[in-house]
Write a protein that binds this ligand. Structure first.
Ligand code: THU
Length: 163
């Protein structure tokens, strides 16, 4: 038997350490939290995507009284981008959350379903998505993309990988 180590390295930054592009994306994700519709959880999430052509697309969580019909901010943003700019690769993604009158202290992390959709988007465009997770205490930067958050992922290649 052999041990296999799965390792990810991410960065922890303060807002002032970000470059202008990342700052803008984080600001847009924070702003998008205020357009969320989250009367059931009161957890308002915002996502902002930067596309290769420079456009920024935002999304936020949209809840429903039939709870499972709601959608997360990340998937809302990704599906909107795919609708508006189907040919444009997604270069980076910022996420923020606002709850009980303040942004979360800890960086907010995407749920499993959204991670799976991020995997699909990376595979579709053949490039990693730089991910920024905002929290008041600091920002996690994941330059290498979703692989760092979801090792041993099920991706579209798996459907071709049988003998
Ligand atoms: N939510 C997101 O929008 N993104 C995440 O990554 C985590 C969870 C939403 C779903 C639901 O509307 C609320 O946050 C509480 O789970």
């Amino acid at each position: 038997m052999k041990e296999i180590e799965l390792k990810s390295t991410i960065l922890l930054a303060q807002f002032h350490e970000l470059d202008e592009q990342d700052k803008k994306l984080v600001e847009q994700a924070k702003e998008a939290t205020h357009r969320a519709y989250a009367p059931y959880s009161n957890f308002h999430v915002g996502a902002a995507l930067r596309l290769k052509n420079g456009n920024i697309i935002t999304g936020n969580n949209q809840e429903n009284a039939a709870y499972t019909n709601g959608i997360c901010a990340e998937r809302n943003a990704i599906f909107t981008a795919s609708n508006l700019y189907p040919e444009q690769p997604v270069v980076s993604l910022a996420i923020a959350a606002f709850c009980d009158g303040e942004y979360t202290i800890s960086p907010v992390s995407p749920c499993g379903a959204c991670r799976q959709v991020l995997i699909e988007t990376e595979a579709r465009f053949g490039q990693p998505i730089r991910i920024l997770l905002y929290g008041k205490s600091g920002i996690y930067i994941i330059p290498q993309g979703i692989n760092a958050l979801m090792p041993l992922q099920f991706n579209p290649n798996a459907l071709k990988d049988f003998e």
